[in-house]
Ligand binder design. Sequence first.
Ligand code: SF4
Length: 201
Amino acid sequence: MAGMNIAYPFEGHLYINLTNRCTNKCKFCIRFTPSGVDGIDLWLEREPTVEEIKAALIKAEFKTYNEIVFCGYGEPMLRYDAIVEVAKFIRENTAAKIRINTNGHANRAAGKDITPELEGIVDVISISLNAKNAKEYNEICVCDYGEEGFYEMLDFAKKAKRYVPKVVLSVVDTISKEDIEACRKIAEEVGVEYRVRVYSE
Ligand code: SF4
């Protein structure tokens, strides 16, 4: 059932939900499970306005959190312009760390390099690497851009590290140990941090 769960607590942080849309259809995506996140129904009946997001943050007492995360339900950076406005609002009101979890397709989706707009307002950007090459990436992520989505994501990571203090490429621990190590090498080549996330259903 669709609702308007815009700001919700998860694992001690406050998460912001901007859109159902995404440029991928990952086989492990929680959007395709009935349970949502922690039993919270995140399917939005429509995309919230910037003012609605700010109101939801105030209602959720955002100043009490030490980290605020732009995350699902879909791909948050499809609304990068809203993120920029809301992140500025957060910055003006609290010292909380600001993180974006993304698939790294924002530049391709926007048709331009939007990473300079993140300067000074985003502390961490976590990008889903998911696989060690373009073919496997597209098999797992079923990307709107096909195998190009893999290279778009890596290029986004390279560009983002010029403006965001901490950029992380991440994989889920469902891939093989060999693939985890191959992905670690990719993160090293790109020059960003690497994280292996634990899969949760
Ligand atoms: S990138 Fe994220 S939101 Fe998009 S399909 Fe994959 S897991 Fe779901």
